[in-house]
Design a protein around this ligand. Structure first.
Ligand code: GLU
Length: 312
């Protein structure tokens, strides 16, 4: 088994990141597999090297180690996406040579106008530039984004936690971006290239990415690569039901440490929330490998109240 944790260094890591990291780590460690740390610093506008350094220090403090990663290297490096752009471009060129990719000159405003009620939902691209390509003399100076021409048909898979998932991609998501207009390769493409190239067999990540998985499975298929087994775990949410995010600074690992909370308390708290232990007590991550079981994980999002951490 080869698993990975693939954080984006866009802020201090918080309890929600540790939750996913711990469960991914336990899945691998309980099976005696190899753990990979990959820094997903693809987006230059949002990623900061200092956050990557901090998150590695936080992970080590929590007792979550890795066998391959940016600091220790490994056979499948480099382990930062920023250094892997050439690989993404090779894959993109292959898709383009197969006629599966087309340029899209639509602006954000045009896309918003075409789906005004989509809200936060993934916007279904209406296929404007696929069906009526912009003639060369009317193209703006702006570089186009590149989209994948999604074929009709269903993509189905069985998630080890979420169960059977089936999506009709063309109808539900439409042609998605594989390279942004600023030249940055899309997460959907990069994550597939990396997981395939790093021979990842098991991906465990947050439930928020469940809806991305059919797009990724299509890319695996088009690129002729073996897809990993997926496990999408429930998210941690605050008392109002909002997903924990980098905005909740009070639940960052740095803030918890500054308040004297120990790594064992954080791990014990999360293990208790994951139903891996019956009572909330301090525990080391390495002591949990014997009790990891995906079937025990809660079915729904898990509510976190920060005061609970002080109750041990
Ligand atoms: N880099 C992504 C994130 O931080 C996770 C990607 C993945 O696990 O596939 O949300």
């Amino acid at each position: 088994m080869r698993g990975r944790f693939a954080p984006s260094p866009t802020g201090e890591i918080h309890l929600g990141n540790v939750w996913t990291a711990l469960l991914a780590w336990l899945q691998v460690r309980s099976a005696g597999g190899t753990m990979v740390l990959r820094i997903e610093d693809l987006d230059p506008d949002r990623s900061r090297p200092a956050y990557a350094d901090k998150l590695m220090a936080d992970m080590k403090w929590l007792g979550l180690d890795w066998d391959e990663g940016p600091d220790v290297g490994g056979r499948y490096g480099p382990y930062s996406q920023n250094e892997r752009r050439a690989l993404y471009q090779v894959a993109l060129d292959r898709l383009a040579a197969a006629g599966l990719v087309y340029p899209c000159y639509c602006t954000r405003a045009e896309l918003a106008a075409s789906a005004p009620h989509a809200g936060d939902q993934e916007r279904l691209y209406p296929g404007t530039c696929r069906h009526s390509p912009v003639p060369a003399d009317r193209r703006s100076a702006r570089r186009p984004a590149l989209r994948l021409a999604v074929p009709d048909g269903e993509i189905a898979f069985t998630d080890l936690h979420a169960g059977y998932v089936c999506q009709e991609l063309a109808r539900e998501v439409g042609d998605f971006v594989v390279r942004r207009s600023d030249g940055v390769h899309a997460y959907q493409l990069a994550v597939v290239i990396d997981d395939a190239a790093m021979e990842i067999t098991h991906v465990l990540r947050g439930h928020d990415l469940l809806g991305s998985t059919p797009r990724q499975l299509l890319l695996y298929r088009l690129l002729g690569c073996q897809a990993p087994v997926f496990t999408h775990v429930p998210l941690l949410v605050d008392a109002e039901g909002y997903r924990l995010s980098k905005r909740q600074q009070a639940l960052s690992v740095a803030a918890l440490r500054a308040h004297g909370i120990t790594p064992e308390t954080i791990i014990g708290y999360l293990a208790w929330k994951a139903n891996l232990i019956d009572i909330f007590q301090p525990v080391k991550a390495a002591e949990l490998t014997g009790c990891f079981d995906i079937a025990k994980l809660p079915g729904e999002a898990v509510i976190v109240e920060s005061y609970e951490l002080w109750q041990v």
